[in-house]
Design a protein around this ligand. Structure first.
Ligand SMILES: NC(=O)C[C@H](N)C(=O)O
Length: 330
């Protein structure tokens, strides 16, 4: 742990993303710039001793759950090896997922070093890149918050809790939004971590069970739900309409999936506001209340990307239906 006036050891883990990307010969943005080169472009605070490591150089949309588990495991290893803080340079497309994987891992390992995810919306060769500012703030927070365990996302001048934070703009420099009610975001984290800790096994060993996401739309039928069941999904995240509504055909498919042992979690395609199970549907049913009646669990705060991560982690840790319900809704 760091005392005021002492040097904080911060480890930077580079995984790729736009923060490290430059235009290649074809004009495509490709992550290749090293973390050392990115660090050379900023005034690293003197009180920080920073070392950088390249884990991978990927566009985050191409990452697999195994890649994310690897990043999370490395953050735990660096914390155990004595880092005071860890910065993960990551693509923005799936930062919200990877940061949640890391938060679950460091909570399970009980390591105290803060883990700060950051990235950029503009490439490293942009005339006015946003990466340097994000990296600098991430270093400050990673090196200046000793004993603040857990992961966070730092972007465009904001330090955000991971749970409930999601990418909300494909281009704006301020590309992430945290859940507006911090008490609700905290409660989501507490519930999720408690249920994860209560489940039986370690989450990060071996491949996680298959969990698919199905997006709903007017007239959606059972085809996608039946297909993911046939593919062996043990969990299903529904990106439902409105507050978490579907139609009668989907509700029946959910009932059958739950009866077959598939854990079904309902989120919404709406950008803001909680998902909740109030609507009866009308005209033959199919509202959120019917989805809940069919055995689906509502995820008020986590949108589909993070709900998928939590559900897969829970199932991988041996969680049963009760744990899943407690994890998402308490
Ligand atoms: N801004 C970015 O980092 C987007 C990029 N496609 C990535 O997620 O790796």
């Amino acid at each position: 742990m760091t005392r005021p006036g002492t040097t904080a050891r911060v480890v930077v883990l580079a995984t790729g993303g736009t923060i490290a990307a430059t235009h290649d010969a074809t004009g495509a943005l490709t992550p290749g710039r090293s973390a050392d080169a990115l660090l050379a472009g900023i005034d690293v605070p003197h009180r920080l001793h920073v070392t950088a490591h390249r884990l991978m150089a990927m566009d985050s949309a191409a990452m697999t759950p195994a890649d994310m588990a690897g990043i999370a495991a490395r953050t735990v290893a660096e914390a155990r090896a004595g880092a005071d803080g860890i910065v993960v340079l990551h693509g923005t497309d799936t930062m919200e997922e990877s940061a949640l994987v890391a938060d679950l891992a460091v909570a399970q390992a009980r390591t105290a070093a803060p883990v700060v995810f950051t990235g950029a919306q503009r490439g490293a060769d942009h005339p006015e890149p946003d990466g340097p500012g994000n990296l600098l703030l991430a270093l400050h927070i990673a090196g200046g918050a000793p004993g603040s365990p857990g992961a966070r996302i730092v972007f465009a001048g904001k330090a955000m809790p991971v749970w409930g934070t999601r990418k909300t703009s494909t281009v704006a420099l301020d590309g992430f939004e945290s859940w507006p009610d911090m008490r609700e975001a905290d409660a989501a984290r507490r519930r999720g971590l408690a249920a994860f800790a209560a489940a039986d096994g370690p989450a990060s060993e071996g491949p996680l069970p298959r969990v698919d996401t199905v997006a709903l739309y007017p007239g959606a039928d059972a085809a996608a739900i039946d297909a993911v069941r046939a593919a062996g999904a043990r969990g299903l995240v529904l990106e439902a309409m409105g507050a978490g509504n579907a139609n009668a055909v989907v509700v029946q498919a959910v009932r059958e999936a739950v009866a077959a042992g598939v854990a079904v979690v309902v989120t919404t395609r709406v950008p803001c506001g909680p998902a909740f199970a109030d609507y009866g549907g009308g005209g033959g049913g199919g509202g959120g209340a019917d989805l809940a009646g069919a055995g689906a669990v509502f995820s008020p705060v986590l949108r589909s990307g993070q709900a998928r991560v939590l559900l897969a982690a829970l199932l991988g840790a041996g969680a049963g239906p009760g744990d899943v319900a407690r994890a998402f809704t308490g």
